[in-house]
Design a protein around this ligand. Structure first.
Ligand SMILES: [Zn+2]
Length: 507
């Protein structure tokens, strides 16, 4: 027995622990000494200091908390509203520019509900790339306060762009009647009389640090941002040493837009970003489904990261990212659960399982073991993408105590043949028992500790009649647009983009 380090306030005793470099099939039993917000020591067995809380965790597994590396809290209330739908059509159902301005109450309720779902499924960090349109500073304050109150770690970015959505989707301008054009929007629309980036820099980046809150920048997608805006973004990211999150090549339509929009870069957005000096470890490119082989190589060479979101990519008919090619090129891969209206579940177990299964069909040859890779993508790689690799994503002394405790007395883990494979291929979130962020159990015995969980549901109930009214109006409008959407979709599918990411289409 070894004494605990001085300053230990909590001793987690007797669990199997997923340690960096350890055996993730059969993780060793280890004690974890936590002092305040930080892991002080891992190993033991430790002698409990008299003043420390001791939690007996025999029969449990402690893993690093998940990092949901791509998520948008703006459409949490639209979960479960849609069946499969092409991405270009989905934008018109789900994205903020389609909606009338929202109330403070709705912004708060949806932020808390989304964070609660994330925490209950073992996430300790969420990267929220939030569109607030039209921008209202009170909404931004509300979101930040909600994250602070519920206690999850947030890597927060506002989503922005300075090109109109209509100009970034192939054929919309041609097929829709002119009098409908002003209604067609995308993930971010230009703010007319407001410099969002300057506001974000002075109000957020320059403000005093707050616990569990980290900033990031969210240029919506290269085609929705001029080179000038991308340049400002990257200058700001380097100045403040913060990560940048953007979307790239989610759908065939986005690949086609690149072919049409940047002929000077051979129709390749990665070449455009390279020419603008935007590539590098700061940058995380969500989706990366329709990357060309040449572009994958450039990402690997420049250390640029990706965040894959398999749930939404499948439901929005986008396809399968070139997972094995990305792995071969050494590209950083994080995992995300994206919008609630397309991915539905904020559940990293689902994302990891789909990742591992899609990896299996993204190359003919048998690949490397994917379960442990999926776990690292969902923890360590997401942390590195957020430029927080020194703080979260691993269980080691000096790291923040961001942990998930899995109850192994569950059919998912009996018998325990491989903790890694059973977490990825069997567990769905049921066995997540405690979740700790910065040394504080925000979920204990599957219950939220920082707030009254029922009060969050009540807040959501109170605002749902208004949300449903607006959603129904949007559904009716999209139904009227359907013939034009179908025509644009047909043309997108018939155009040549040089690669294919939907193998099912061969049948
Ligand atoms: Zn997204």
């Amino acid at each position: 027995m070894t004494p605990c380090p001085a300053g230990t306030t909590l001793l987690l005793r007797g669990a199997r622990v997923m340690l960096p470099g350890g055996d993730w099939d059969s993780p060793d039993i280890a004690d974890i000494a936590v002092g305040g917000t930080t892991i002080l020591a891992v190993g033991g067995p430790f002698i409990a200091p008299p003043q420390a809380e001791v939690m007996e965790l025999r029969g449990h597994l402690i893993m690093p908390g998940f990092v949901n590396a791509h998520y948008h809290s703006h459409d949490v209330l639209a979960k479960g509203t849609l069946e499969e739908v092409p991405l270009e059509t989905w934008r018109l159902f789900a994205l903020p520019a389609q909606y009338p301005p929202r109330s403070i109450e709705e912004v708060r309720a949806r932020t808390l509900l989304g964070a609660l779902e994330c925490a209950r499924s073992g996430m300790t960090t969420v990267q929220d790339m939030l569109t607030l349109y039209p921008f209202d500073p009170a909404h931004l304050d509300t979101v930040i306060s909600a994250y602070q109150q519920i206690g999850i770690r947030a890597v927060f970015a506002l989503q922005y762009g300075d090109r109109k959505g209509l100009d970034t989707v192939p054929f919309w301008k041609d097929v829709f009647p002119h009098d409908q054009h002003h209604l067609l929007s995308s993930a971010a629309e230009p703010e007319k009389h407001f410099d969002l980036l300057s506001h974000f820099e002075s109000g957020c980046l320059s403000a005093a640090a707050r616990p569990r809150l980290h900033w990031a920048l969210g240029p919506s997608a290269p085609e929705r941002c001029t080179p000038e805006l991308m340049g400002r973004t990257m200058d700001m990211a380097r100045k403040w040493n913060i990560p940048v999150y953007s979307h790239i090549y989610e759908s065939r339509g986005m690949a086609l837009q690149a072919r049409l929009g940047v002929p000077e870069h051979d129709g390749m957005l990665i070449k455009r970003l390279a020419a603008e000096g935007a590539l590098g470890p700061h940058l995380n490119l969500a989706h990366s489904v329709w990357l060309a082989p040449e572009e994958i190589e450039i990402l690997g060479e420049t250390g640029t990261g990706t965040v894959l979101n398999p749930q939404g990519n499948l439901k929005m008919k986008c396809g399968i990212p070139p997972i094995r090619a990305l792995q071969k090129a050494g590209v950083r891969i994080g995992l995300g659960c994206d919008n609630c209206s397309c991915s539905d579940a904020q559940n990293m177990f689902v994302a990891m399982k789909l990742f591992a299964l899609l990896a299996a069909v993204s190359s003919k040859e048998q690949g490397p073991p994917q379960a442990a890779f999926a776990l690292r993508a969902a923890t360590e790689s997401g942390a590195e993408g957020a430029r927080l690799g020194h703080l979260i994503g691993k269980i080691a002394p000096g790291m923040a105590a961001d942990l998930s405790v899995i109850d192994l007395a569950d059919p998912s883990f009996v018998p325990l043949n491989s903790a890694a494979r059973q977490l990825v291929h069997i567990e769905g979130g049921r066995a997540v028992k405690h979740v700790m962020v910065d040394g504080n159990f925000i979920i204990r015995d599957r219950k939220l500790t920082t707030m009254d969980e029922q009060a969050i549901y009540d807040e959501v109930d109170a605002i749902m009649p208004g949300f449903r009214r607006d959603f129904d109006a949007i559904r009716a409008r999209v139904a009227r647009w359907q013939p034009w959407l179908d025509e644009a979709d047909r043309r997108i599918n018939e155009a040549e983009v040089g690669i294919e990411r939907r193998p099912g289409l061969a049948y």
